[in-house]
Design a protein around this ligand. Structure first.
Ligand code: HEM
Length: 496
């Protein structure tokens, strides 16, 4: 029977692995830091809202696309190499876990569902949920119009500057809850909110964003590791709200009614797969978390960039007039045919990915295909339990893949013949755990952008650079400040 060391040595020689380049530390190598320097650097960068740029700079400083560094004695890796990403997410899928920490922190308030399950349980969740995301479920854009028209009504008519970001979060929550539960939180309806819905919104937001937590506000970063009574109360409030809706839905309709209902409700679809209330609640909350802030953040980042590039905005307006017209609501098919709009969304997600870094933990001894040796072309040995992060932000900005203008917002690059970045573009991840709500998210984003651009000329009111705000997703810290002018005749004549 071979020892672990012998097995690892055999794997290393079979695959020809070599050590990865070390991240360049500012502390001379003869001073033992046990990785504290890397942790301190990270905290400093997070505070300065430059965490993403910092990692991009680390890759540049080391002249490598995969870096090893030490955290309290353990070797940890960060990669921006598409080959490694492909191995972690697709070809070597079975070798990787989401990681104990992520599962522990997320399942505390979401329960075990598609986002937190692994192995057989995850396969079961994925298979159960797949039919709920089929085209017929997503293509009914009438659900969107009700909420988007409320959103548009709240926009100012005068020349005031408005930050769209908070409104976009309300909009996506209203849409997601209507799609999932069959009833909306209606947070965009001013003055008439039900107490239940309001309590749920507060509790859900508190649980989603660690930087809202009371211990964090009181003690700073240390607070993130302290017990949080308010967090517990909010997690319970979220569960109670979801349970109430599920119970009412079970009581109010027969299975026959549910089948005959002509409006699509995710919860009804789920009820035909299982009657287990805990399973249903966990899956709904998993999807609500995965689908709500992500879509709002994408919209906010996109509407931050769009008016800074008036030529892009006017090209988009022309495409909308051609495909949809000045005032009509777009159909699903029309949205899917708008290639320039799709290029704008890609470009926004390339520069400002909503999930800008992610990670996996090796389940058993394995290798990464690239990053070893002085030129980074040899595989790297990854012992079981090793944490490997992949940096989507840096990957999406690599000049050797995207060209010398990789740092610029230029949607046209997506329309150039033969341009296919493959595993160098992973805004929705890839492989078996690719985002299941991708089509839903893109339809929603396209719909909102079309309605906004049909109705308004949009002007940027933020001259600063985009800065990150990291919580579960990544969004612009300065919000999305714009000035809006209503298009009098829908803009057919170009008149505002
Ligand atoms: C712009 C919007 C969105 C972005 C950028 C996004 C991105 C992602 C990414 C990167 C992952 C992979 C996470 C990982 O493997 O660690 C993911 C997974 C997932 N997403 Fe999305 N997402 C978006 C919208 C949505 C929407 C609208 C829904 C549902 C309504 C949704 C549901 C899910 C679910 C359930 C998973 C887990 C899939 C699995 O593990 O099998 N997402 N998403």
């Amino acid at each position: 029977e071979a020892t672990t060391g012998q097995r690892r040595r055999r794997l290393a020689s079979q695959k020809g692995t070599l050590p990865a380049t070390q991240r360049v530390s500012r502390v001379p190598s003869y001073i033992p830091t046990f990785g504290i320097d890397a942790v301190v650097d990270n905290f400093r960068a997070i505070k300065a809202k430059r965490f993403l740029e910092k990692w991009q700079q680390d890759f540049i400083d080391a002249g490598a696309h995969t870096l090893a560094f030490n955290v309290f004695g353990a070797s940890v890796y960060m990669t921006e190499d598409p080959e490694n990403v492909k191995y972690m997410l697709a070809t070597g899928f079975d070798a990787w876990s989401l990681g104990k920490e992520r599962i522990k922190s997320m399942s505390a308030f979401l329960g075990m569902g598609i986002f937190t399950n692994e192995g057989k349980a995850w396969k079961h969740s994925r298979e159960m949920l797949r039919p709920c995301f089929e085209k017929h479920a997503v293509a009914d854009v009438s659900l969107l119009e009700k909420h988007v028209s409320r959103f548009v009504q709240l926009l100012p008519e005068d020349d005031r500057t408005i930050d769209l970001q908070p409104l976009l979060h309300e909009l996506t929550l209203d849409i997601a809850t209507e799609f999932l539960f069959g009833r909306s939180t209606d947070s965009l309806v001013r003055g008439e909110k039900s107490k239940d819905a309001e309590g749920f919104v507060h509790a859900f937001e508190y649980c989603c964003d660690p930087f809202l937590s009371k211990p964090y506000k009181k003690w700073g970063y240390v607070g993130l590791f302290l017990p949080d009574a308010e967090g517990k109360r909010c997690a319970q409030a979220v569960k109670d709200f979801a349970d109430k809706i599920i119970d009412e839905e079970i009581a109010s309709k027969s299975a026959e009614d549910r089948k005959n209902n002509n409006r699509y409700i995710f919860l009804d679809e789920l009820l035909s797969a299982t009657q287990d209330r805990t399973v249903i609640r966990s899956e709904l909350l998993n999807i609500l978390l995965a689908g709500r802030d992500t879509t709002a953040s994408l919209l906010s980042n996109l509407l931050f960039e769009l008016p800074r590039h008036p030529e892009v905005l006017s090209h988009l307006h022309a495409e909308i007039l051609e495909h949809v017209g000045a005032t009509s609501t777009p159909t699903y098919e029309q949205l899917k045919n708008m290639k320039y709009l799709k290029a704008i969304i890609n470009e926004s997600q390339r520069l400002h990915p909503i999930v800008p870094s992610n990670s996996r933990e090796a389940i058993y001894d394995t290798t990464l295909p690239r990053g070893g040796g002085p030129d980074g072309t040899a595989p790297i040995l990854i012992p079981a339990g090793t944490f490997v992060a992949y940096h989507v932000y840096s990957l999406h900005r690599r000049p050797d893949i995207y060209g010398p203008d990789a740092a610029e917002f230029r949607p046209e690059r997506w329309l150039e013949p033969g341009f296919r970045p493959g595993w160098a573009f992973i805004p929705f991840s890839g492989g078996p755990r690719v985002c299941i709500g991708q089509n839903f998210a893109l339809t929603e984003v396209m719909y909102v952008v079309v309605r906004m651009v049909q109705g308004y000329a949009i002007e940027s009111r933020d001259k600063g650079v985009w800065r990150e705000r990291m919580s579960i997703t990544c969004v612009g810290d300065g919000g999305c400040k714009v000035g809006l002018k209503r298009r009098i005749d829908g803009g057919e004549s170009g008149k505002l």
